[in-house]
Design a binder for this molecule. Structure first.
Ligand code: UDP
Ligand code: MG
Length: 325
């Protein structure tokens, strides 16, 4: 199988049939699969995708609404194509861009090619926060991509299957890919206004995006050395607390009463907070080591299989809490 197209759908009942028709038109009749992921829709999206499901159009339904990132991840885990395309199911992305993206990926030997919406058809109250988010992500992560919010992308399957998307992480895919050493290309893609259904995002997403930015920054800089972050801040706090307490002890020795001084509380809190951060750093380091060990063991197993069977290792999709239709 050459290509898998993964599409998350949350309350997109009017869009499913048009989307599939456009995909057939753009991609021809075979050589690809379409994976429709119903993200716990409350309208008739499930019936729609059941209607069209066949060998080529596979569909899963998540038991409850888990968010776009999680739904994309669930679809990616099921995909068997050598290349994986992700796109929105609301007709805002144009399937005819897929062959161009795929060509660019192959010709430029990229691991991922991401679209950027050259002429975006959303209202200003959507495009303005998005532009701010783009420049904030660019400047803090140092990964330079024009449009982090464009879902239309093509990946080599090995990369897509290791992104581990959840929360709002789909916005940070270029950063996650960069962390894995991926070569990233960009291509201008079409964008259409939403005709049916409503956008699922508003300003409430901003806080979630900011928390996920912190998460990505942590992964980028400290995932492999958490002690350098938590340990150093912890030690500084313990040091500051110790100085404060020593000062108070010396006052006490000269006969002053220190029992009612706020500084005493500050010193104790600072030492306790510092100890907590140091322990936190240690736990994070232990988790990292465990993760690495598991990773190495998995690599050993696949190496062994490769030698004994002469086959390329295949990815084992993560178990997802999904109900197969
Ligand atoms: N989506 C989803 N789960 C959600 C929210 C959205 O699967 O909780 C899907 C949605 O159906 C669409 C895509 O993600 O296919 C993009 O969502 P939307 O159009 O609402 O985002 P926008 O284009 O407004 O950024
Ligand atoms: Mg949309």
């Amino acid at each position: 199988m050459e290509l898998s197209v993964v599409i998350p759908l949350y309350n997109e009942e009017e869009n499913v049939s048009i989307l599939l028709a456009r995909l057939y038109e753009a991609l021809g009749s075979d050589g690809y699969e379409i994976i429709l992921v119903d993200d716990g829709s409350t309208d008739h999206t499930v019936h729609q995708i059941q209607l069209y499901a066949n060998e080529q159009v596979r569909s899963i339904s998540l038991k409850k609404n888990q968010g776009q990132s999680y739904a994309m991840n669930a679809g990616i885990a099921l995909a068997v194509g050598k290349y994986i395309v992700t796109m929105d199911g609301d007709l805002q992305n144009e399937p005819s861009d897929i062959p161009r993206l795929l060509n660019k990926l192959k010709e430029g030997s990229y691991d991922m090619v991401t679209g950027y919406r050259k002429d975006r058809k959303d209202a200003w109250h959507r495009t303005l926060p998005s532009r701010l988010a783009n420049s904030l992500i660019r400047s803090t992560t140092g990964v330079h991509v024009r449009d982090y919010g464009c879902t239309l992308k093509v990946f080599r399957a090995e990369l897509a299957k290791h992104l581990d998307l959840h929360g709002e992480l789909h916005r940070f895919i270029p950063v996650l890919a960069h962390l894995r050493g991926a070569r990233i290309g960009e291509l201008a893609v079409h964008h259409a206004p939403r005709l049916y259904g409503t956008s699922h995002y508003g300003l409430n997403r901003t806080l979630k995006v900011i928390s996920d930015l912190l998460l990505v920054l942590f992964f980028q800089k400290y995932w492999a050395r958490a002690m350098h972050l938590f340990g150093i801040i912890g030690l500084l706090l313990i040091g500051a607390g110790a100085v404060v307490l020593m000062y108070l002890v010396s006052l006490k020795l000269f006969g002053q009463d220190i029992g009612g001084r706020p500084l005493l509380l500050l010193g104790i809190m600072s030492i306790l907070g510092g100890l907590q951060l140091v322990s936190f750093g240690l736990i994070a380091e232990m988790l990292y080591r465990l993760h690495q060990q598991k990773h190495i063991e998995i690599e050993k197993i696949t190496d062994h299989e490769q030698i004994s069977s002469g086959k390329k290792p295949t990815f084992q999709p993560m178990p997802i809490s999904a109900r197969q239709i």
